[in-house]
Design a protein around this ligand. Sequence first.
Ligand code: AHG
Ligand code: MN
Ligand code: MN
Length: 343
Amino acid sequence: MPTHMPHKLVTLQRHMLEQQARFPFATGEFTSMLMDFVVAVKIISREINKAGLAEILGDAGEENIQGEQVMKLDQFAQDRIYKAMDHGGHLACMASEEEEHLIPIPPQFPTGRYVLMFDPLDGSSNIDANVSIGTIFAIHRRKTHSGPGTMEDALQVGNNLVCAGYVLYGPSTVLVYSTASGVAGFTLDPSIGEFCLSHEDIRMPERAKYYSANEGNTPYWGEADRKFIEHLKQPDKASGRPYSSRYIGTLVSDFHRNLLSGGVFLYPPDRKDPKKPAGKLRLLYEAAPLAYIAEQAGGAATDGKQRILDIQPKGLHDRTPLCIGPKADVALYEKFVREFGGK
Ligand code: AHG
Ligand code: MN
Ligand code: MN
């Protein structure tokens, strides 16, 4: 049995209730909000599994505000999450990678204490090839006190997160989340429609044996990024072996494998536009939630100079370079950035 396999049968709901019991004044609102979200995720999972059959694979023929093609499944996932979360009374507002503006709670429904940020479908370019995709989510406590949520509620540093997680739609559907007391993973048993605890107290291995980066972009990388990856390809002093390369192109999948098996993921600043080199990944919907999970599992995440969770977002769709993985590997990347410059 893998070492992370728990001995008890624990559903996601039970786990959330047990987490909640740690806080004597908890009202249950948070758990109830997450359970709403889980319903949407189960529907998305079901739809992804029959995507080819239902002919909803493929391109919806529109572009999102990032100028990327929106696939039908992105819209489906966006819609399901929105509809599961808009009326529960738990949220002040939402923000999504697929929506340009803050998503308000419709005026006929009550607002609540929390703010939900999400990437409804991560890895969209992989959908048509039947390669695993994901959903990423992050939850903040609102900053304003009442009424509709505002940009002030949405533009918070990752340090303020109260929960983050992701769902990986792979050979099985796995949900990984943290509420600041470690990281746990649950596998969906489709026959009973329940997420059951499958990965208890996930810890990131101390050192990576894999690296994940899109090396097709090397011409657009800075010196530090190129030298860092070249370094990983040399035999390691401790193991005697170079790191192995693994790159799926779905951040959730790359991160999940690296979390369990030990890997460092790098998406450096892209210098295609030399006037504004920027990362590709979105701070609020991708980098910060996964940085939170990485840190909770004993790992780290940086943009090269700064801890991801310390970055103050200026806009809903800010992008950032991202290096995420075991602490030692992330520290090594920062050393290369200090030595060879560039963000
Ligand atoms: P999304 O599908 O939500 O737009 O995200 C795609 C992201 C991320 O999942 C992945 O790590 C990265 O884009 C891959 O980018 P490249 O194809 O440039 O390597
Ligand atoms: Mn994404
Ligand atoms: Mn997406």
